[in-house]
Design a binder for this molecule. Sequence first.
Ligand SMILES: Cc1ncc(COP(=O)(O)O)c(C=O)c1O
Length: 361
Amino acid sequence: MMDINRLIRSDIADKGKYIPVEPVDVLERRIGRKILKLDGNENPYGCSPEVYRALAEYPHYHIYPDPEQRELKELLEQYTGIDRRQILCGAGSDELIDLLLRLFLEPGDEVVNCPPTFGMYPFCTDICGGKIVQVPRKEDFSVDTAAVIKALSEKTKIIFIASPNNPTGNVTGEQDVVSLLDTGKIVVVDEAYFEFSNITMAGLVRKYNNLVILRTFSKWAGLAGLRVGYGFFPEEIVEHLMRIKQPYNVNIAAQVAVKASLLDMDYLQSNISSIISERERLFALLKDLKWLEPYPSQGNFLLCLLLKGAAQELWSRLRERGIFVRYFDEQRLQNCLRISAGRPEDSDALLEALRDIEPVV
Ligand SMILES: Cc1ncc(COP(=O)(O)O)c(C=O)c1O
């Protein structure tokens, strides 16, 4: 037998792996019981019922979707107020992160990342042959703008800022974003959780031709499984991205679902409001425990620091009870867990488990 490994691109053969969250059925099979999934920042209310109806009635699944994404762009122009020529959709915003890096990076080019943050930025940079330059956030998790500017070099192409940041939940202010934009590097502001914060840099899109804003339907619209995200880009970047993307990158079911979602905004907005209220209620409940310190969040999740015991131990005890939260084995997040905001009954079940576990932690 020949050694197939020999044929793998040498620069990616031993790359690290992105560790994603696992689906409900896999987790339930593994632990043999129903689970409470608070580890993926998914929408506990699911998608709009109109999505199911529209998907059931759609008659043309045998035809490829529109590679130009005309209808999607038009709908998103109406939803966001941004000119459709500045919009591009992807199979999740993950795909747009990957496409941007593929467009801009030559081997050895640098990308600035501000950890702790979303793991796809270093993951995709690595796969695209770029070099990640880590500029850690400050103690309060705000972006250290001065340190970012200092870390820039001739080789820097892109600066990634998630706002609200995953997993810390805080937003980056306009002043900071503008000072990064003034460096002339491409600044990607990832607003995956925008609908929970209502804070956006979209107002800067027309003024700066080095600003990219990413959004998604995964969180607020409950479409994580259908994979659809979009971004606002300078027009010339859209033209380049159109040239390198897979022609049919956003599948037709995702397009049908986006259309149905945007026609059912009252329903979805009411779920967003419920999630925000529950995030705040959960924050107070966790704080009351005294041994967990939740950080304020503008997303649909809370990062919590354990003041007593070890986060990994707590994470695994919660798992034994069928409650899945996110644990990160990272320096700055060593004793932290990230908990997605669920429904009131989800928080109640979590709290009951935490009160039970506490004495043995
Ligand atoms: C900051 C951030 N950006 C992007 C994504 C990915 O979103 P999508 O499902 O659209 O790929 C996530 C998902 O967790 C995220 O937290």
